[in-house]
Design a protein around this ligand. Sequence first.
Ligand code: NAD
Ligand code: WQD
Length: 336
Amino acid sequence: MAILITGGAGYIGSHTAVELMKTKHEIIILDNLSNSNRESLERVKELGGRDLKFYEADIRSRQSLDLVFAENNIEAVIHFAALKAVGESHEKPLDYYENNIGGTVILLQAMKAAGCKKIVFSSSATVYGSENTSPLKENMPLGRATNPYGTTKMYVEQILQDLYASDEDWSISLLRYFNPVGAHKSGRIGEAPSGVPNNLMPYIAQVAVGKLDFLRVYGNDYPTDDGTGVRDYIHVVDLAAGHVSALEKVLAGPGCDIYNLGTGKGSSVLEVVAAFEKASGRAIPYKFFDRRPGDVAENFADPGKANDELGWRAVRGLEEMCEDSWRWQSQNQDGY
Ligand code: NAD
Ligand code: WQD
């Protein structure tokens, strides 16, 4: 039996594929390469020490999906494929709704037609909105998302819950990631943003390597210890391991469960800067700027449910996240 990974050539998908290669599952990746590269798959094979099957295809193409399901005995899907840039989602909301919501509905229709009713979905802590107080728990009422990207994650969560309510044979895991950072220890795979990075860790990494002059720290007047924003950074390899655990749960029997994948520990922007300077031995110049619209002061998980029910726990700390980001960035200055 095989596992289909949509978006498996991307940042989190490629790390998850490497972790899954340690299991007995056959791996099939489907990706349209809109935000990734075939080279990441070559490196996944190198790190995993075995082959995988790749389809260059789009989740919005029912024809392509039907072919993939017809040609393979797929037991479950790990669904990463999505557009993910918060700023861009304000400019191109229809692209985000079509790709992330429309694409997911087409995928679910193809799965249903093929009799495959097991799915692990990439959601995001962004669904908690700005009204909830950290530590964030899965049973908190969701806030209003502050951007169209976040709205797509809220809708897909609702669609999956409605699907389970309509047919309890489905087995569904909704994973709310906090802030994924870091890279595989080998330095062979990592996050390769196109253009100037939006997120903190890749931005810092590019300052450290000299591609960018300084970091803009968005806000130093938040009600946090040092005034800068606090987030729950999670090592991408811990996150990947969380998918393997969620997959085993989904394979074990029907249900629809939501899990936070975070460490439970918040770090401020200045703490991340200091940890990266230590890890890289490079200075990270920074300047304070106004708060970024839509940002909250602090955001961190209560990961207790995933710890208890999935038997999973994030084990890598901020120091290791920075060391691994730095290794990836310094060895692959222009990405893949
Ligand atoms: P990524 O862009 O690196 O990976 C997504 C992959 O999906 C890319 O390889 C892209 O080419 C592919 N893709 C996009 N649209 C597609 C389509 N229509 N058909 C086929 N392939 C398509 O992003 P990532 O950081 O690895 O994120 C993976 C998932 O996790 C996404 O759903 C994202 O929203 C979610 N997520 C990411 C973060 C984060 O900070 N990285 C946080 C929370 C949730
Ligand atoms: C972290 C902290 C910034 C950049 C985003 C999405 C979220 C999820 C993860 C997908 C904040 C500060 C950042 C910079 C800065 N993605 N910062 N200078 O905003 O917590 O979450 O990625 O689901 O939906 O919104 O992550 O890395 O952008 O910011 O000072 O150049 O770093 O203000 O406090 P964020 P981030």
